[in-house]
Design a protein around this ligand. Structure first.
Ligand code: FMN
Length: 381
């Protein structure tokens, strides 16, 4: 029975080729950070308030002038087309049905315009990796034109994390079905057939669009598939000018960086360690959250991701000051297990769990959750 996000994970493990499951599920180095994300969330407790009217539970929040029906959204994840062709269109439409935001990765296999068209009424944010300034500028312009409402600059990937599972499986981009992967494909014929029909996934937004018209240095950067590591706070100003809507930074954990973000005119933060896929020594996102919230002092919304698997986890993050949270892997497990229906179910389960949690806590509105904790917490700071 698929009763929770972990059940969907096991179903995804069964249905996906090993190299795809490991790519989605895996983390950096020894997986310490991945485990910490979960165990720190689990070790937190919330003391319920009793004898309060919980007849009507309202999970909605307002972010940058838009109403979200639930205080969580879909985090940007690259290569979703590996899980299922057209994955990003499916995910963005599912987010829209759930009244949740969807963030599209720069490393999507679909053109950002096509994903936007899959849920034209939905809240859609564009995630940006800066591999080359000129290329980043093009993505920003295209995202603006297509109607993405916010830009999320990911700042925790100056270099890709050490993912040993991918190396062991012989998986790398550009994707090629090597002999090493052959058995994996033969034993997952449904996936392999679908993938063969769709063609090998590639990065639709950072190769196709105008790469030929770009400068020689841009083409070199695209070929190297490496990040621009000279990007610093001072150069953020340019991006700030180019992008007319809200600009968020994702992948920040240090309170000092949160203060710098305020000083540099950023509009929102996503406290995240990339789901444990980057620096394995990172603190869990939930333990870093209170410090960042304190540094920001309510001057902008602070979101959190990394490790959220349950409605109780969402409640805990909000109780610690998060405006809302994002989920990465859970919806990919849903996509792998049952396609659009699976994504709907995973989002629905999180919403149902949150409603039950809020009822049990005696906190009928999200704002009540925020005032739930007034005692010191048993979370490592
Ligand atoms: N974050 C980005 O900012 N850009 C990406 O392209 C990106 N790709 C990802 C691909 C996969 C398969 C996964 C699992 C995560 C990726 N992330 C990326 C990180 C997610 O946005 C998010 O921070 C993380 O998944 C949250 O942790 P969770 O999976 O425990 O919910």
């Amino acid at each position: 029975m698929l009763l929770n996000a972990d059940d969907f994970r096991e179903e995804a493990r069964r249905l996906l080729p090993r190299f795809v499951f490991d790519y989605v599920d895996g983390a950096a180095d020894d997986g310490d950070c991945l485990r910490r994300n979960r165990s720190d969330l689990e070790s937190l407790t919330l003391a319920p308030r009793v004898l309060r009217d919980t007849t009507v539970i309202d999970t909605s929040i307002e972010v940058f002038g838009r109403q979200w029906r639930v205080p969580f959204g879909i985090a940007p994840t690259g290569l979703n087309g590996l899980v299922q062709p057209g994955g990003d269109a499916i995910l963005s439409a599912a987010a829209d049905r759930a009244g949740a935001p969807f963030a599209l990765s720069t490393a999507s296999n679909m053109r950002l315009e096509d994903v936007r068209a899959a849920a034209p009424g939905g809240v859609q944010w564009m995630q940006l990796y800066v591999m080359h300034r000129e290329m980043a500028q093009r993505i920003v312009q295209r995202a603006q034109k297509a109607g993405y409402q916010a830009l999320v600059l990911t700042v925790d990937v100056p270099v890709s994390g050490n993912r040993e599972l991918d190396a062991r499986n012989g998986f790398k981009m550009p994707f090629r079905p090597t002999p090493k992967l052959a058995w994996d494909l033969i034993t997952h014929p449904r996936w392999a057939l679908r993938a063969a029909r769709a063609g090998a996934p590639d990065f639709a937004n950072i190769t196709a669009d105008g790469a030929d018209a770009g400068s020689a240095s841009m083409q070199a950067a695209l070929l190297a598939r490496a990040m621009d590591r000279s990007l610093v706070w001072e150069t953020l100003a340019r991006l700030r000018d180019d992008w007319k809507g809200p600009l968020l930074l994702k992948g920040l954990l240090h309170p000092h960086d949160a203060r710098l973000a305020v000083e540099h005119g950023v509009d929102g933060l996503i406290v995240s360690n990339h789901g444990g896929r980057q620096l394995d020594a990172s603190p869990s996102a939930i333990s870093a959250l209170p410090g960042v919230v304190a540094a920001v002092q309510g001057r902008m919304p602070v979101f959190m991701d990394s490790g959220i698997r349950r409605g109780t986890h969402i409640a805990k993050a909000i109780a610690l000051g998060a405006t809302g949270v994002f989920v990465g892997r859970p919806v990919l497990y849903g996509l792998a297990a049952r396609g659009a229906v699976g994504v709907d179910r995973v989002l629905g389960l999180l919403a149902e769990e949150l409603v039950r949690t809020m009822t049990l806590l005696g906190t009928p509105r999200i704002a009540d959750l925020r005032s739930l904790i007034d005692a010191p917490l048993n979370v490592r700071q």
